[in-house]
Design a protein around this ligand. Structure first.
Ligand code: SF4
Length: 302
């Protein structure tokens, strides 16, 4: 029996559900029950009523959100070192300071934040619904963090004054994408459609035909009549795009755009995590309650 089969056996025995983010290694995506973005996965976890264990193959803040939304289930993060550097860029103190400076401005936090920060937010958002969330607020000025590129994108798409907190939060992986790489690929593949994540720079977004979250990119690629795509997001997404669209071709705009934290989860670690039921993600109840309110408000936005 190979490792993937052993994981499936153990999963059944333990009544576990395995969730993998779109940026996970291909072999980890392949053993998962569901692959998706962080909130799609947390919602799946909420729907798996019979599951006792959730193995969340991703980074810290995503597993935390799953724990916050599923307080009655045990959530496991197979690799404890898998921390999102962007989520670490915002602190509770910075949010409190910004609130003092802009007392009337609501705080919108990207889900790429720690639960302690979400507890300070009025509402959360994902890259898929950030524009709708901000437009749903009855305020002209909005505090938005921690990604300044997503803040910039939201400012472009709404008529609101978006104040980024912190000033320059960013995803180190998405910052690696450069428009020159797209232009070079366009010479080889002139008919390719360029799809880019809003965590990319303004310059990168300017050369895109479509800007969207990973879930929106997957939907767009499925529905588009284009046969070739240049992709501006972490390279793990190529596996899912290719699997769902066997007749189409996908080229990552920059091969080096790999999130090292996402890649810390291996099949060995998933197996060990299931077997030993480690590492359990715990969020203090008072923090979880407030963070859940911010997440649930987001779910109510159409
Ligand atoms: S890709 Fe960027 S935002 Fe996503 S987990 Fe990695 S560092 Fe964080």
């Amino acid at each position: 029996m190979d490792l993937a089969q052993k994981i499936q056996e153990l999963k059944k025995e333990k009544k576990a559900v395995i969730l993998a983010h779109n940026y996970q290694r291909p072999e980890v995506q392949d053993i998962a029950d569901y692959t998706g973005d962080s909130i799609e996965l947390s919602r799946k976890a909420m729907m798996e009523k019979d599951a006792e264990l959730i193995v969340f193959c991703a980074v810290d803040f995503m597993a935390e959100s799953a724990a916050v939304l599923n307080p009655q289930k045990k959530v496991l993060l197979p690799s404890t070192g898998a921390r999102c550097p962007m989520a670490q860029m915002l602190t509770v103190d910075e949010i409190k300071h910004a609130k003092k400076q802009y007392p009337k401005a609501p705080v919108v936090l990207y889900v790429n934040t720690l639960a302690s920060c979400k507890a300070e937010a009025d509402i959360c958002c994902t890259s898929a619904n950030a524009v709708e969330v901000v437009n749903s607020l009855n305020a002209d000025t909005v505090l938005f963090g921690p990604d300044s590129n997503l803040a910039d994108y939201v400012a472009e798409k709404t008529r609101k004054n978006i104040i980024p907190i912190p000033q320059n939060g960013f995803c180190p992986t998405h910052l690696l994408f450069q428009p020159e790489d797209v232009q070079a690929l366009k010479i080889e593949h002139p008919n390719a459609t360029v799809i880019v994540h809003p965590e990319c720079s303004h310059e990168m977004r300017k050369v895109a035909d479509f800007i969207g979250s990973t879930s929106k990119m997957c939907k767009y690629a499925k529905e588009s009549t284009a046969k070739e795509f240049i992709v501006g997001t972490e390279n793990g997404i190529i596996h899912r795009l290719q699997k769902e669209n066997p007749g189409k071709k996908f080229y990552v705009s920059y091969n080096g755009a790999v999130c090292p934290n996402m890649k810390l989860t291996t099949l060995d670690r998933v197996y060990a995590s299931l077997k030993e039921e480690k590492t359990i993600v715990e969020v203090p109840a008072a923090v979880a309650e407030k963070a859940r309110t911010s997440l649930e408000r987001m779910f109510q936005v159409k």
